[in-house]
Design a binder for this molecule. Structure first.
Ligand code: FAD
Ligand code: NAD
Length: 464
């Protein structure tokens, strides 16, 4: 009933959970001639996360960095079903997924259970809070578009409220204090974007209070960006110092209150830091659906960090499930780079599996009709199709924007590493991301946004 997919009962059904980096790269490269494909995600678009920090201050518009998933699926050989829904349960024994449409509209159907032959599990991760009280209540995360929108609204609200008549000096200082927790790439890139907004726009629009804006980055470890090379860490910290971004290292947030965070510094002293806006970027943890899936396979799923997979990305304990990206526990960092390479690898694996199925059928027919040389040749082809190499990650380098038109890059170079930071690296960062964007529409919109900001500045009004 309804808009059921073009199911061919003779073909295997692949259910794809998610439309982030891993799932989208898989979908783009999958040849679906031999598969019925169903894609399920609570959002109906792919988000280009590396440029998300730019949306928090209006350097880029939200629309410029997203692409409808149907843009990819509508170009496929056979029809693909796309459902905007959240998977709530995976049953690895009966091989089904239960999905729920969270729309506010009441309709005839909002919850269904779909059977699968193969499940591509790429639901990503959620924000880590370490169970610290008050984080979910008072802090803003930076993972999805709605987070960037929330940060932007709250930032401008803090500024407008600070500018309100009769505000005390102490309250102005609190409202204009923007605190970022977590000195990984997300926290650093956000602090850099916020600094640009202050220098390029705030001084023009709010000259009376702009200089009250303070940015503090809190990091538990001895330095920011632990995954980058030493010289780039120093370069980032000195650029932040020049840009008057306070970096509090060896400082751990212990408690989050409505208007302040409680921290423990390197000397084990407890301090309270008032804030107007708090952005929380302390990394990833598994989603509830992933934790539930692990609990169903307790003998095999023994890592708290994420799903255990083999070298071919098959889920330990359920080989019909392939898991990739941030929801897995692997030896490489949870990045877009790794997830998209895994998606490409998996699409190739599915092509080989389809080829092997076809050859098996041919072989059965041949054996019946005319055994001989042809059978031997087909067996060889089948063995080749069944011989799947394991996934191999190829690191292409790490890039991050740090504000004031400077970026840092750690790039593999022969057998070593080439580290660079500055304005030239920023131009490289821009061109690298523009060329990685998935469509001509996104590339055009991003370039136009950058030009608009150069000519007119960032906007400070929020429509609706
Ligand atoms: P995601 O891309 O997060 O996709 C998960 C998908 O699952 C989403 O479509 C989501 O809607 C969907 N989903 C969630 N729950 C369900 C459910 N219950 N049922 C069905 N679907 C579900 N990495 C880099 O390599 N370079 C960068 O420059 C970079 N910059 C980043 C900047 C920011 C601000 C952030 C937050 C991350 C950045 N990353 C970067 C990391 C990168 O975004 C992730 O590693 C990458 O998105 C992981 O891909 P994924 O497919 O595993 O998950
Ligand atoms: P992260 O895990 O890289 O960094 C989180 C930081 O928060 C850590 O340095 C940790 O020490 C700190 N922290 C944790 N608890 C704390 C506390 N209570 N108080 C103070 N500090 C605390 O997280 P991320 O920056 O969100 O990145 C997540 C993943 O996405 C990483 O793999 C990263 O490489 C990737 N990413 C990459 C880019 C890029 O390449 N430009 C940008 C964003 C994210």
């Amino acid at each position: 009933p309804g808009t059921q997919l073009d199911q061919d009962p003779k073909k295997k059904t692949v259910v794809v959970l998610g439309n982030g980096w891993g799932a989208t790269s898989f979908l783009k490269q999958l040849d679906n001639e031999e598969y019925n494909v169903v894609v399920i995600s609570p959002r109906n678009y792919f988000l280009f996360s590396p440029l998300l920090p730019s949306v928090t201050v209006g350097t880029l518009e939200a629309r410029s960095i997203i692409q409808p998933t149907r843009f990819i699926t509508r170009h496929k050989k056979r029809k693909v079903a796309v459902y905007e829904a959240e998977a709530t349960d995976v049953d690895p024994i009966n091989k089904t997924v239960t999905i729920e449409d969270n729309s506010e509209l009441t309709a005839t159907s909002s919850k269904v259970t779909i059977p699968y032959d193969y499940l591509v599990y790429a639901v990503g991760a959620e924000n880590q809070t370490f169970g610290i009280k008050g984080v979910k209540e008072y802090a803003c995360f930076l993972k999805e578009l709605k987070d960037a929108d929330r940060i932007r609204r709250k930032l401008l609200d803090c500024i407008e409220t600070a500018a309100f008549a009769g505000q005390t000096e102490e309250e102005i200082e609190r409202l204009m204090h923007m605190v970022v927790v977590g000195g990984g790439p997300t926290g650093v890139e956000y602090a850099g974007e916020l600094h640009d907004f202050l220098i390029d726009d705030l001084r023009k629009w709010y000259p009376e209070i702009a200089d009250k804006l303070r940015i503090t980055l809190i990091e538990a470890l001895p330095n920011v960006l632990p995954a980058f090379s030493k010289q780039l860490i120093q370069y980032t910290e000195s650029t932040f110092k020049e840009n008057k971004i306070d970096v509090l290292t060896r400082t751990m947030v212990k408690d989050v209150r409505e208007k302040s965070v409680v921290v423990q510094d390197a000397n084990k002293e407890i301090k309270e830091i008032p804030y107007g806006l708090l952005v929380w970027a302390t990394g990833n943890t598994s989603r509830e659906i992933t934790r539930n899936l692990m609990a169903k396979l307790p003998e095999h799923q023994t890592q708290r960090r994420g799903l255990v997979v083999d070298g071919h990305m098959r889920l330990a304990g359920a080989p019909e499930i392939f898991a990739l990206g941030d929801c897995t526990a692997t030896s490489y960092a949870p990045t877009a780079q790794a997830a998209s390479q895994q998606g490409t690898y998996l699409a190739r694996t599915f092509a080989k599996m389809a080829q092997a199925e076809k050859l098996k059928e041919q072989l059965a027919e041949m054996r019946e009709k005319a055994p001989g040389d042809d059978v031997e040749r087909t067996v060889k082809r089948l063995n080749k199709a069944l011989d799947l190499p394991p996934f191999h990650y190829s690191h292409q380098g790490s890039l991050a924007y740090i504000g004031s038109e400077k970026a840092i890059a750690d790039l593999p170079f022969f057998n070593g590493n080439f580290a660079s930071g500055g304005v030239a690296t920023y131009l490289f960062w821009r061109s690298a991301y523009v060329s990685t964007l998935y469509s001509a529409r996104n590339r055009t919109l991003v370039i136009l946004d950058w030009m608009k900001v150069k000519i007119f500045g960032r906007y400070v009004e929020i429509p609706l």
